[in-house]
Design a protein. Structure first.
Length: 212
């Protein structure tokens, strides 16, 4: 393995340091939703807010898992080529997810809502969970969670297709992360905490407005 390849493979997304960074990110991102709740007027009832936020938390776990898988898959060598840097691909996943991805999520949710209204299907209006008992509200929440996960998976498929047809994006990612080259912990800290924190805060606030 050449020194350059060794530097590329130095980025690890699932070692103890990276997992710690991911837990810190999750805590900070969730805290922003609590702050947003304190500032919103009128304030949603606690149960409704819990339904809304839980959809984002579960969706966040799904998309984070997909991002890790995608980063490792794109980082693997093909046909004897040198391995790519998984940190580059994780950065690109976050970058596209929190920009183009938000538009895709909104489009899918809007389309499902429109179709549900057209076919007079209940329980698909995002953020509306009906009246008690709670069991009925949970059933509606499950429908909306399924739609939200569908939107996330659709978004991720589109993003992966984009990566496949735009190979120059890898060069862009390597250029952005050039200043972290040779220091894998700094690279992990940037791509899994600093950059996602800024972008996810913006995304969480936007998506929270969409799903409520």
């Amino acid at each position: 393995m050449t020194p350059e390849e060794d530097e590329q493979s130095g980025c690890k997304l699932l070692d103890s340091f990276a997992i710690f960074v991911q837990l810190v990110l999750a805590t900070l991102a969730f805290s922003t939703l609590i702050i947003k709740r304190q500032r919103e007027l009128p304030q949603r009832p606690l149960l409704i807010w819990s339904f809304d936020v839980s959809k984002q938390l579960i969706g966040g776990i799904v998309i984070h898992s997909l991002n890790l898988i995608a980063s490792h898959l794109f980082g693997k060598s093909l046909d004897g080529e040198p391995e790519s840097n998984p940190c580059v691909w994780y950065f690109l996943n976050i970058f596209v997810d929190t920009t183009l991805g938000v538009l895709i999520i909104w489009s899918v949710l809007s389309t499902v809502t429109t179709l549900a209204n057209y076919y007079v299907l209940s329980g698909f209006e995002s953020g509306v969970y009906g009246d008690p008992p709670v069991q009925n509200q949970i059933k509606i929440w499950l429908r909306q969670l399924g739609v939200y996960i569908l939107a996330l998976v659709t978004m991720k498929v589109v993003v992966l297709i984009l990566f496949g047809i735009c190979p120059w994006l890898e060069d862009f990612g390597e250029w952005v992360l050039g200043w972290t080259k040779g220091n894998y912990r700094l690279q992990v800290l940037f791509v899994m905490l600093i950059f996602p924190l800024v972008m996810n805060i913006v995304q969480f606030w936007i998506v929270d407005t969409i799903v409520k």
